[in-house]
Design a protein. Sequence first.
Length: 148
Amino acid sequence: MKILLPSRLLARSPRKWRGEGRNLGFTIIELMIVMTIILILIGIAAVRYDKVVQHSKEAALKTDLRSIRDAIDNYTLDKQAAPQSIDDLQQAGYLRSVPVDPMTGAKDWVPQFDSVVLSADQTTTGMVDVHSNSPKTSPFDGTPYNDW
């Protein structure tokens, strides 16, 4: 079925329809409401994105600390002497490379030295632990990263 329109309606602008004064389109109020809703959604997404990024950095820090600490223990038990630096772990092949601290963005780990021995055959003491150099505090559990 074909709809026939009077010729005077066909000659009008396509923006006008059903009446002389009514324009098709959006009012400024409608546009402002839509823009406000979009901005609110973007704001919520940005906050969630920042939290996800921070959480992933913390997970990477925990993993890096665990692998460095395992390397320290393995080095000490294998060599019967504690390493004197993180570079000793890399040179001996216990780490492929010194990881970058995700909180500071640099390879600036803070080694902890002590006179603790892991076995009776250990001849020298040295590095027993490592920490992050970041003075920041975790927003999730409130502990400083350099205490991890």
